[in-house]
Design a protein around this ligand. Sequence first.
Ligand code: KG4
Ligand code: ZN
Length: 353
Amino acid sequence: MKVLGIESSCDECAAAVVMDGREVLSNVVATQIPVHAVYNGVVPELASRMHTEWILDVVGKALTDAGLEPGDIDGVAAAAQPGLLGSLLVGLNFAKAFAWARDLPFIALDHMLAHLYASRLAVPGRTEEPAAYPFLGLLVSGGHSIICRADNFDDITVLGTTIDDALGEAFDKVAKHYGFGYPGGAVIDKLAKTGDSGAFRFPMPKLYKKNGVSTNDVSHRCDLSYSGLKTAVINQLEQFRVKPASGENEAADFAASFQKTAIEILLRSLFRAIEDTGLATVVAGGGAAANSLLRSRLAERKDIRCVFPPLEFCGDNGAMIAGLGYQYLSRGDRSPLTVTASARVKAFKRKYP
Ligand code: KG4
Ligand code: ZN
């Protein structure tokens, strides 16, 4: 079954064709980064307008690259949540129209579940077998940071999530403040390689405390918080310096120190989830799953299996949508053409306390 997947939740206009849920026949990602980089962040109105201008060509190229005609497609999938509403609507409605015009089965799906599915995609030269359910999902992107138990492609239980900023968002905001460039994740990851991660010691959030007193409330054991770290790096940098200023390498030093703390915050919660559930397989996904420190720190844990998507499938892409879409469609699931987009998914962000 050849499924066309369309993804337009943020600043990537993407479409792909995937065969039987795994074999990627084409994967087209038209990035709007240069447009938004001028503003150091995504401008939602520009993003949705550009999606409307690009979507036809992007889908056309996905078909051409796969060597297919529109009539060869067996099903259509699109991301319907979460994301920028105006942007989501463009891809979703295009997908609906494509499916309706050819009377094809159609499914609207969750973008974060698609990130979780991304590591199951097969690309030439990749021999790693998909992880067996259940496993722990680690979903880290610009809008979300989720630690979950996954029992199936459509069945996750959120164990921990951010109570404020997402991991990628913290990278983006720090990079924006210091003018490192957009998006911030890849820039800081690169800059950090030449820095001393011990030059600054930033605080780790303490989510167990209420009015300064430790509580027995363990419901937040696996939750995450990045706003404190972000504030420390942006507004209180000097307070956290533990080594003398290194002159030219200053930016690299605080980038490395920030990245180290950001990843430690994530790992602390992830390791608690491993402890609590006894699950020893972690499947990562999302743009920030490209982070090199996250990958190397997890590789140190020889007692757990960590599965990362190939770098090209970490960020937003249509292949993960098509792959996940196949799973629903082959089970007989269909979305009505009246389905609409949703910017948020309640369970993916926690109110605190
Ligand atoms: O999944 P994605 O493409 O879009 C969303 O669904 O948000 O993720 C984009 C996010 C951005 O915040 C970007 O800064 C972050 O992923 N990112 C990284 C890295 N590469 C991209 N964060 C940390 N380290 C990286 N190497
Ligand atoms: Zn994403």
